[in-house]
Ligand binder design. Structure first.
Ligand SMILES: Cc1ncc(COP(=O)(O)O)c(C=O)c1O
Length: 501
């Protein structure tokens, strides 16, 4: 079939009426004029190196047999370590995925179900699971949860509920690159960075919070809240109690909101354990019915990471504010979780014995895989920020940069993607303020693939170390030659009569 032209013709001269003489740029401009500003603006962030790395990977994906020289995907925070456990549960519980309850078909009920409040059984199972992850130190009320199509939708919905276009949310850096899309793109909300630094392990400080607040004010932006990820993407660290208390003090003082994206809460694999903002709020003993701060804190959760189910699109907002719950529930019509997914997962999550076993085993596997990455990097002289959670490490490659700049970071990143063929995410895509940090994922591949990735990195680092050694050697030689020349010159100079000098 002949290719269709942009004008809908088959591209041959006689079918073009009027003759299509527009250049590519002109055509692009015409299309832009026909579409909305939202559809054509680039605040989506798709041109970030985070997404460009994925595109490179798509062109040449690694496969152990079909494409062993391809790019290994280490830029995707997916958890593929415990699928076997989920699959064996599915085998033992065929009714859950087979539209059946106690052997009887519930296909018709599921097919017709369209209540945006969600299946009560699923909401009950989800809140209990969330309490379980928090060691049952806090409990959640199923009436305060709103179901969404993943955390992506939960975060955007909260923006729509809490802020107007042009308002700002403060986010500690480095942050998850997807937030530029999720929080800003369709809502018109602005992100103002809270600058965090390696000197204190990227922890949030009071001066950094105040500075971000002032920066927003200088830009004439009304600050509506702070959004944190706990545990952090991309740091892989969980927040400390003092940090969480600092945040609660700050939002109380400024009378703004706090969103805690706890999507990685079940991935904490070593101490210190996970502390949810809800736990700290509860410890403060402020009355849930009278204290305003309870209404200012909102949790985002999803099963994309802890259960490794990003394709199922299961997320949630938890809020004590009735108006937020009501508004978000209405908005959730635009991104509901399908009824068969809710049914399947309500069965799985309420099998507590299985879920406990799954969570323990999954954390054990994450810990092993994390250790494998950390020691593999260590052998090559690369260190990571000490971390205890998540599906990635925050890796320090500052010593491999040509200069302490983001240009040098991108130059190194391009080499690692194109020559070493590992897709990792440069810190600049996470809005890091220090060049030379990279997010490297470890849970979306097999052990064998991870070890191949480490082998490739070693070859690369050894090669640049050799080049540097040769260059240093050359530099040393030429500097010896230069000092010898200077010395000979000085000698001959000193030998001369003063007037000859
Ligand atoms: C911190 C954070 N929030 C939200 C998301 C989006 O998750 P979901 O797949 O549930 O939409 C991600 C995904 O990587 C994430 O890391």
């Amino acid at each position: 079939m002949a290719d269709m032209g942009l004008d809908g013709s088959n591209g041959t001269r006689e079918h073009m009426d009027p003759p299509c003489t527009l250049s590519r740029v002109q055509k692009q401009k015409l299309i832009m004029k026909l579409l909305s500003r939202k559809a054509t603006c680039n605040s989506h962030g798709q041109d970030s190196s985070y997404f460009l790395g994925w595109q490179e990977y798509e062109k040449n994906p690694y496969h152990e047999i079909n494409n062993p020289d391809g790019i290994i995907q280490m830029g995707l925070a997916e958890n593929q370590l415990s699928f076997d456990l989920l699959e064996s549960w599915l085998e033992k519980n065929p009714d859950a995925a087979g539209f059946k309850r106690d052997g009887q078909s519930i296909f018709r009920d599921l097919a017709l179900f369209q209540d945006y409040n969600g299946l009560p059984a699923f909401k009950n199972a989800l809140v209990e699971f969330m309490s379980e992850i928090r060691g049952n130190k806090v409990s959640f009320d199923p009436n305060k949860i709103v179901l969404t199509a993943g955390a992506t939708s939960a975060n955007e919905t909260l923006m729509f509920c809490l802020a107007d276009p042009g308002d700002a949310f403060l986010l500690p850096t480095p942050y998850y690159p997807g937030f530029d899309r999720d929080l800003k793109w369709r809502t018109g909300v602005e992100i103002v960075p809270i600058h965090c630094a390696s000197s204190n392990g990227f922890q949030i400080t009071e001066p950094a919070l105040q500075q971000a607040y002032q920066e927003a004010q200088q830009r004439n932006l009304r600050v509506k809240g702070v959004l944190v990820t706990n545990p952090s993407n991309p740091l892989g660290t969980s927040m400390t109690r003092p940090e969480l208390n600092l945040l609660l003090n700050f939002i109380t003082e400024k009378d703004i909101h706090l969103i805690s994206d706890e999507i990685y809460s079940g991935t904490v694999f070593s101490s210190p354990g996970f502390v949810s903002i809800m736990e700290v709020l509860k410890e403060r003993k402020c009355d849930i019915n009278t204290s305003q701060v309870w209404n200012q804190v909102h949790i985002v959760y999803s099963l994309s990471k802890d259960l490794g189910l990003p394709g199922f699109r299961v997320g949630a907002i938890y809020s004590n504010d009735e108006m937020v719950v009501a508004a978000a529930t209405k908005m959730s019509s635009f991104g509901l979780i399908s009824s068969q997914t809710q049914y399947l997962l309500s069965e799985m999550l309420s099998d507590k014995k299985f879920m406990n076993k799954y969570m323990k085993e999954n954390q054990k596997r994450l810990k092993q895989r994390h250790q494998m990455l950390v020691s593999g990097l260590d052998k090559v002289g690369i260190s990571c920020l000490k971390s205890n959670a998540g599906l990635f490490c925050w890796v320090d490659m500052r010593h491999l940069l040509r200069s302490n700049t983001f240009e040098a970071e991108l130059e190194l990143w391009r080499k690692i993607v194109c020559d070493v063929r590992l897709n990792i995410s440069p810190g600049s895509s996470c809005h890091s303020t220090e060049p030379g940090w990279f997010r490297v994922c470890f849970a979306n591949m097999s052990e064998e693939t991870l070890s191949i990735a480490m082998g490739r990195l070693k070859t690369y680092v050894d090669s640049i170390t050799n080049i540097n050694t040769i260059n240093n050697h050359r530099n040393a030689k030429s500097s010896r030659r230069r000092s010898l020349t200077k010395w000979v010159f000085r000698l001959s100079f000193d030998d001369r009569e003063p007037e000859q000098r």
